[in-house]
Design a protein around this ligand. Sequence first.
Ligand code: ATP
Ligand code: ATP
Ligand code: MG
Ligand code: MG
Lengths: 254, 254
Amino acid sequence: MRTIAIANQKGGCGKTTTAVNIAGALALAGKKVLVVDFDPQAHATIGLGIDPENIGKTVYDSFTNAKLPLSSVIVRTKVDNLSVAPSNILLSGLEFELAPRFGREYALKQLLNTAGNSYDVCVIDCSPSLSLLTLNALVASDEVIIPVQTQYYALEGLKQLLETIDIVRQRFNASLKILGILLTFVEKRTTLSKQVQQQMREFFGNMVFDTVIHRTVRLAEAPSAGLPVLLYAPNCTGSDEYRALAVEITSVSA
Amino acid sequence: MRTIAIANQKGGCGKTTTAVNIAGALALAGKKVLVVDFDPQAHATIGLGIDPENIGKTVYDSFTNAKLPLSSVIVRTKVDNLSVAPSNILLSGLEFELAPRFGREYALKQLLNTAGNSYDVCVIDCSPSLSLLTLNALVASDEVIIPVQTQYYALEGLKQLLETIDIVRQRFNASLKILGILLTFVEKRTTLSKQVQQQMREFFGNMVFDTVIHRTVRLAEAPSAGLPVLLYAPNCTGSDEYRALAVEITSVSA
Ligand SMILES: Nc1ncnc2c1ncn2[C@@H]1O[C@H](COP(=O)(O)OP(=O)(O)OP(=O)(O)O)[C@@H](O)[C@H]1O
Ligand SMILES: Nc1ncnc2c1ncn2[C@@H]1O[C@H](COP(=O)(O)OP(=O)(O)OP(=O)(O)O)[C@@H](O)[C@H]1O
Ligand SMILES: [Mg+2]
Ligand SMILES: [Mg+2]
């Protein structure tokens, strides 16, 4: 199972939107996809139409109860080929429960082995932090996608994240690759957005995906329908761009 | 010293932008203002023109070295009457250092007592989490401002934050008040933004500030100049709105 983490400690850069819509695009292209919601805010769960307050078991239960494999908490979504291991606020307690455990960085990697064997791709949505949870997601993944808003603050945190990825590669997961940096909230009309895009391509070159995601209100509306944008508004810019991103990702084999 | 926390675990809702610009507006109105950057991303530090990689001491040093009062790490900014207790990535280690300490929730409250006595207002910028750091900020504050983007995901997390504030009030800080909910990224042109605004006012009534902050590129540009928007582009919408917010805040006495 190809496992891709969507991570950046900068808040609001489009992690959840990218996780839900890449997963949606890959599922519509016929891949069997699992989304793991690894953020206590549970926005990927909500964005896929599942109410975190009314679900039975979540990812947290599977961590804290050895008798519950991940497969037992996974629920189907309204989208064919797309399932989710949901989260809720209880997940915020996992940080302190994992901290004293031996091998605490590998907890999610081990849990993913109990997801059942029918998924082609697993997409992990991370919370806006470089916490033990996010560390677990990086250790469990083959690749990581880094959404970066084309805004000033967005550039600052990137250095820290790249250093963290280096440390993970050296100490916990030698095969972790950066699948790409995804520029989000791109705006045709503002110089700031153009400047940041230019700086990112000059600085990071091929690490930056060709596909960029423009700001479009359809992407902000889709979560209220509990659907990836590709099903909510199939012909909008957001759908075209996430479809193109899925093609770019599939052409790079893990 | 009137202490106001800017908190919401939702990433990218405008916490730092609000902290920097309220502080700027109050300083320009003649108040002596201290900004405490309580986010390891150090965006408030950067937004006020200070490089987190080249400062001597930060808030973290003052926590971990009892000989260093907060006043010894505070630096002046380019703005008269406005100083900042800067942060950098080391602050992310504080969470684990504080966890085993007795009275760990009061650590920041105690530290603020060593800020020196010349400030009228202290504004604390929080990281996008409901961690022990954010808990410390809520315990140390008289009031809290909650920035909320007018987007679908923004509504979801509010319940958790309000519950957390209730717990803080019951167990650690009986006088903590919600100064207000600030609607950010408001857009005149989209139905989504109008709908969320309407829902927020229906649901939260007077808790929502009259002043709202519209999306404007000047607010995203100002951090690259290391200045509050009121000095970067004094006549733009962002400046008018943060000035109006400062008036609204000053008229409510703590
Ligand atoms: N390209 C886009 N155009 C317009 N709105 C967008 C776009 N991408 C995301 N959004 C909206 O912006 C907000 C932030 O995006 P999102 O929640 O995906 O970011 P995040 O990085 O997951 O945030 P957090 O750090 O809180 O986890 C959401 O309300 C989302 O609906
Ligand atoms: N009203 C606005 N109009 C346009 N851009 C804005 C506005 N408010 C904030 N921004 C920009 O949007 C981004 C997110 O804002 P900001 O960093 O203040 O949010 P935050 O809540 O502090 O994020 P984090 O959760 O990472 O701490 C920044 O790049 C900022 O410059
Ligand atoms: Mg998210
Ligand atoms: Mg911030």
